[in-house]
Design a protein around this ligand. Structure first.
Ligand SMILES: [Mn+2]
Length: 322
């Protein structure tokens, strides 16, 4: 059932012993929004914890002390920033992806309504924005700690307020977080102005692998397993690679194929209007937003590239660009 933010607030107020999950490969929004919610719930005396799959060390400070231990007892499961339970990250728990989710808080237009209750605001730039609205409905005091989680969520999902999902409300949310004490300069430096040597090494290889197709309207990066080994980068650090191909002038579809392990690829699609990223990803069983989407692909990098290029060509044609 689709519910409003105030209904979500009521449901949360009635719950205790709460486990909070997010999608696999958790990004800044997934970590920031789950941790903000967890901290908010704990601040009013609820027993709550977060279970996440491996995330970037940039986000480690946000989750300090919140990760569910093996003996954490819960009565309710909440999922944040997760449009589809097939991409649910269950972390160290013994849960499976089909676990019964009582409440889903999300901003993906591709949400499949797998949860008992879904609070979806597809206009929100980040799940963190929705969590902020719900915490306010619950009259929870937003501490500096919570504000920093929400700021990370909103800043990372908008590429530091550069992507087209950024709205006036996103800026207002960010401004509120600054007012509430979030150290935005320090966070921006960590999130957007610092890269590890390992990441720098794979970025260099990724850029050399870039190819243009369809009259320069599509750029594609192929990151092989060998590149991961050579650079020694952790997978959770490689998320910024996805934004590189779309930065090329004239590109409408920027594709990144990452071979996480042999025969298993992750495809990220970033587009400029009118090309729809979610449509391209959905041909391969994935989804997301109109300008940022993703999917998995079983097969070699070469096959993944060939297949995603075919669907990209289809979408470029349907958009009247080629
Ligand atoms: Mn998000």
């Amino acid at each position: 059932m689709r519910i409003t933010k105030s209904e979500a607030a009521e449901i949360l107020l009635a719950m205790d012993n709460i486990l909070i999950l997010a999608h696999e490969n958790p990004d800044g929004d997934a970590v920031g929004s789950t941790c903000a919610l967890c901290k908010g719930l704990r601040s009013i005396g609820k027993n709550a914890a977060v279970s996440l799959e491996k995330f970037s060390k940039n986000d480690e400070k946000l989750a300090e002390g919140l990760i569910a231990t093996a003996d954490f007892n819960y009565d309710h499961i909440i999922a944040v920033d997760t449009a589809d339970n097939r991409i649910m990250g269950v972390g160290e728990t013994s849960l499976n992806k089909n676990c019964e989710v009582e409440l889903c808080i999300d901003h993906h237009i591709s949400n499949i309504f797998y949860a008992k209750n879904t609070c979806l605001d597809e206009k929100a730039a980040a799940a963190g924005e929705v969590v902020y609205d719900i915490l306010k409905e619950m009259n929870i005091e937003i501490t500096k700690d919570i504000a920093e989680c929400i700021y990370v969520a909103v800043a990372t999902d908008t590429g530091c307020f550069r992507y087209s999902n950024t709205t006036a409300k996103t800026f207002r949310t960010a401004a509120d977080m600054a007012d509430l004490g979030a150290d935005v300069a320090a966070i921006n430096k960590i999130q957007f102005e610092t890269k590890s040597k390992e990441y720098a090494a794979i970025e260099k290889m990724a850029i050399s692998s870039m190819q243009l197709h369809f009259d320069g309207k599509c750029a594609i990066l192929a990151i092989t397993n060998e590149m991961y080994v050579e650079s020694n980068v952790s997978d959770s650090e490689t998320q910024p690679l996805a934004s590189l191909p779309r930065q090329i002038e004239g590109v409408y579809a920027g594709i990144t194929v990452k071979e996480k392990k042999k025969g298993m690829c992750r495809i990220s699609v970033r587009t400029n209007a009118p090309v729809n990223a979610s449509k391209i990803a959905s041909y391969l069983g994935g989804g997301g937003h109109s300008m940022a989407a993703g999917c998995s692909f079983e097969g070699s990098v070469e096959d993944a590239v060939k297949t995603v290029l075919a669907y990209t060509e289809k979408e470029l044609k349907e958009s009247g660009l080629i």
